[in-house]
Design a protein around this ligand. Structure first.
Ligand code: 5GP
Ligand code: ZN
Length: 136
């Protein structure tokens, strides 16, 4: 299903032009127009899923294969030192476009980006508590 109000549906299906670096029947991979680094790419399914919670199992299983393929392409063509795979769900997590997408962010030494988090220090009991909530 496509969403006629969704810009990523239009880009993924070729209705709006984009800088495409990979395409198959189910996905289009484009350059982000506000890139964190050179080669920052977005994997877009051609079907509309708002986020990971909505994603079909079939699209989920194919998406990581595309991520692997395009990551190899970025590694091969750009002189990258590393690569972050980022996928945001919900505004709190930084999602701004409500069409599932995976960021591939090439990393270069001293690129000035910080795609990391501040580790916290829960007690062993707190970890057990959260484990039991999740498993319960
Ligand atoms: P999010 O914050 O939802 O995980 O990521 C959305 C990403 O899409 C951002 O990095 C933003 O720069 C990119 N973006 C938003 N609109 C467009 C667009 O129209 N074209 C392209 N190429 N990238 C877009
Ligand atoms: Zn969409």
């Amino acid at each position: 299903m496509k969403d006629s109000n969704c810009i990523f549906c239009k880009i993924a299906n070729g209705e709006i032009p984009s800088n495409t670096i990979y395409e198959d029947d189910d996905f289009r991979v484009i350059l982000d127009n506000g890139p964190a680094t050179k080669g920052h790419a977005l994997i877009l399914p051609k079907e509309h899923y708002a986020d990971l919670f909505e994603l079909s199992d079939e699209a989920a299983s194919k998406a990581l294969i595309v991520a692997k393929k395009v990551s190899a392409q970025l590694k091969d063509k750009l002189n990258i030192d590393g690569l972050n795979v980022v996928q945001n769900n919900g505004e709190t997590a930084g999602q701004t476009v409500k069409h599932f997408h995976i960021h591939l962010i090439p990393r270069y030494k001293n690129d000035g980006q910080h795609i990391l988090w501040n580790p916290t220090e829960p007690s062993a009991e707190e970890l057990v508590q959260i484990r039991d909530i999740i498993n319960g």
